[in-house]
Design a protein around this ligand. Structure first.
Ligand code: NG6
Ligand code: CA
Length: 507
C-alpha cells in the first residue's frame, strides 16, 4: 500500500516537473509579449528623437531612447497596403500583384493558406490581436456588411481583431470586430459601392455646405461626420465612426486586450490611424502643436503610445514585452484635404534629411522611424544596421524558437535587440505601381522608369521615376541630390546584377 502511494507520489512529482512553470520570473521567460505599434504615414523627421523636426513626441522618444533607435529602418513600400502585406507575410509586396493601395471593399489580400507572422506566433503559443487600421481587404468580393464579413484578419492568424476595413478616408466608415460591423441597426442596412453613388445620398462634390473639412483632390464622395471620403456608402448610420474618437476607441481596445492576457504571451499589432488623412484630432489635441491638424494628430498618436505604455507598466509587463515601433510609409502633406499641413509646417521636416515622401522611390518614401524597446533586455542605443519591416517575421520566429520562414524575411534579431550592428546587406525598396529601387550598403540604385515624375493625383510629391538611371550614396548624400550613375558604371553593373537576381527583370 505504502509502496503504491509512493509510486503515485513519484508520478505526481514527475508530472509537476514536466509542466511549464506557471509563473516564470520575468528575466527567465523565453516568450516575451510582443507589440508592434505601427503608425500610418509618419515620417522619420516627425519623431523628435531623430532630432531633425520641430514636433515634440515624448512617448515615441521614450521608445527610441530606452530602446534601439534605428537610423536605417525601412518599410518595404512607400504606400500602406504593400507595407502591411510584407510585415505580416515576410514577403516583398511586389511578389503579389494585388498588393497595392486597396479600396475599402477589396477582398482579403493575404491567402489564408499562407504563413503569416501572427500564425507563426500562435504556433508558439501566443494569443494574437490586431487593433486599428487593416487595409488588407476583407471577404471574397461583394461583401454584405450586414452579415459576418469573412475571410478576414481572424483567418490569417489573429485571435482577435478590431479594425477599420481600409483607411480613414475610405468607406465603409465603421469598425469591424472579429468580422462583424459593430453597432449596426438591422433596420438601417449598410451599403457600400466604389462605382456609383446611391440615389439621394449627399456627396462632398454636390454638397460642400455639409463639410467641416474641404477636400483638395479626390475625397469628394460620401459624407460621414462632416467629411467626404473615397467611395460611396448608404445607411448603417448608427455604426459610422466619429473621427475625433477614433484614437481613444483603438487605445481602449488595445489596453483591454493587454489586460486580459494573463495566461499566454501575447502579440498585439496596434495599427494607429494617425497621421493619415483625414486628420481629425480629438478636441484635447486640436490646436496644441501650432502645426495644424497634421501636427495635432501626431501629438495625439504620441499620447496614445504613452497611455499604452502606462498600461503595460501598470500590469507589470514592461520587462517582459518587446515593443517595435515604425510607420507604414513616409510622410505626405496635402493628401487630399485642405488641412493646412503645408501652410503650417514652418521649419518642421517630416521627411527628415531624406528626399521625397509617401509614394516616392526616393528614400523618404520608405526610410521611416524604426525602434525597438525591451526594458532590461535591450541596452539603449542607436543602430546603423539596415533593417526592414519584412524582417520582423523571421526575427521574431528566431526569438520565439519557431522555424524561420523561407521568403524575403531575414533574421536580424541580433540587430533588433541591439546585440549586433549588422542588419541585412541589401534591400529592395518599392514606390508606386510596384516599381522598385535597390539599396546595398550605402548605395541606392533607382533603375530608369517611364512614368510621371510627380504623383499624378495632385500631391506635390516626387515619384522618383526618371528616364535616367540614378545612383546615390545615401550616407554622403542623404537628400539624393548627386546622381553618380554616369561616373560609376561598374558599381551600377554590379548592383543591377544583384538586384535582378532578387527582383527579376523589372518592367
Ligand atoms: C490615395 C489617396 C490618399 C490616400 C492613399 C492611400 C486620393 C487622391 N488619394 O489614392 O488620400 O488615401 O491613396 O494611403 O484619393 S495609404 O497610406 O493607405 O497607402
Ligand atoms: Ca500609410
Amino acid at each position: 500500500m505504502i509502496r503504491k502511494n509512493l509510486q503515485w507520489l513519484l508520478y505526481a512529482l514527475i508530472f509537476v516537473a514536466c509542466q511549464p512553470s506557471a509563473k516564470k520570473t520575468e528575466g527567465e521567460s523565453k516568450q516575451p509579449n510582443i507589440v508592434v505599434i505601427y503608425a500610418d504615414d509618419l515620417g522619420f523627421g516627425d519623431v523628435s528623437a531623430y532630432g531633425v523636426g520641430k514636433l515634440n513626441t515624448p512617448n515615441m522618444d521614450r521608445l527610441a531612447n530606452e530602446g534601439i533607435r534605428f537610423e536605417n529602418g525601412y518599410a518595404t513600400s512607400a504606400t500602406c497596403t504593400p507595407s502591411r502585406f510584407s510585415l505580416l507575410t515576410g514577403q516583398y509586396p511586389w511578389r503579389n500583384e494585388g498588393a497595392q493601395v486597396l479600396p475599402g471593399d477589396a477582398p482579403l489580400l493575404i491567402d489564408p493558406a499562407q504563413p503569416t507572422l501572427p500564425k507563426m506566433l500562435k504556433n508558439a503559443g501566443y494569443s494574437t490581436a490586431v487593433i486599428g487600421k487593416w487595409h488588407l481587404g476583407l471577404g471574397s468580393g461583394n461583401v454584405d456588411w450586414n452579415k459576418h464579413v469573412g475571410p478576414g484578419a481572424n483567418d490569417v492568424g489573429f485571435d482577435y481583431s478590431y479594425i477599420m476595413a481600409a483607411t480613414n478616408d475610405r468607406v465603409p466608415n465603421v469598425y469591424v470586430e472579429n468580422g462583424d460591423v459593430l453597432g449596426l441597426d438591422p433596420n438601417d442596412k449598410l451599403e457600400v459601392s466604389y462605382r456609383k453613388n446611391f440615389v439621394g445620398e449627399p456627396t462632398g462634390k454636390e454638397n460642400p455646405e455639409l463639410l467641416k473639412m474641404m477636400y483638395s483632390h479626390g475625397h469628394d464622395m460620401s459624407i460621414n461626420n462632416g467629411i467626404s471620403r473615397i467611395g460611396f456608402q448608404r445607411g448603417g448610420k448608427a455604426a459610422q465612426w466619429i473621427d475625433e474618437n477614433m484614437a481613444d476607441t483603438f487605445l481602449v481596445r488595445a489596453q483591454q486586450f493587454v489586460k486580459q492576457q494573463k495566461e499566454k504571451p501575447f502579440f498585439l499589432f496596434y495599427a494607429l490611424h494617425q497621421p493619415h488623412v483625414p486628420r481629425v484630432p480629438h478636441s484635447r489635441f486640436a490646436g496644441t502643436t501650432g502645426m495644424g491638424p497634421r501636427g495635432d494628430v501626431i501629438a495625439e498618436a504620441d499620447w496614445c503610445i504613452g497611455e499604452f505604455l502606462q498600461t503595460l507598466e501598470a500590469e507589470g509587463l514592461m520587462e517582459n514585452t518587446l515593443i517595435i515601433f515604425s510607420s507604414d510609409n513616409g510622410p505626405v502633406l496635402d493628401d487630399g484635404y485642405e488641412d493646412e499641413a503645408a501652410e503650417k509646417l514652418g521649419d518642421h521636416m517630416p521627411w527628415g534629411p531624406f528626399r521625397g515622401g509617401k509614394y516616392s522611390l526616393y528614400d523618404a518614401g520608405t526610410h521611416v522611424p524604426f525602434m525597438a524597446m525591451w526594458k532590461g533586455k535591450i541596452q539603449p542605443g542607436v543602430s546603423d544596421a539596415l533593417v526592414s519591416q519584412v524582417d520582423i517575421f523571421a526575427s521574431l520566429a528566431k526569438l520565439v524558437g519557431q522555424p524561420l520562414p523561407e521568403n524575403d524575411s531575414e533574421d536580424v534579431l541580433d540587430a533588433l535587440i541591439g546585440k549586433s550592428q549588422k542588419g541585412r546587406e541589401s534591400l529592395v525598396i518599392e514606390g508606386l505601381k510596384h516599381k522598385t529601387a535597390f539599396r546595398k550598403g550605402d548605395w541606392v540604385l533607382i533603375p530608369s522608369y517611364e512614368g510621371p515624375t510627380r504623383v499624378p493625383w495632385g500631391v506635390d510629391m516626387n515619384t522618383g521615376f526618371s528616364k535616367e538611371t540614378q545612383l546615390y550614396n545615401i550616407k554622403e548624400d542623404k537628400a539624393q541630390q548627386i546622381n553618380l550613375a554616369g561616373q560609376m558604371t561598374e558599381k551600377i553593373k554590379e548592383m543591377i546584377e544583384e538586384f535582378e537576381s532578387i527582383r527579376g527583370k523589372d518592367d
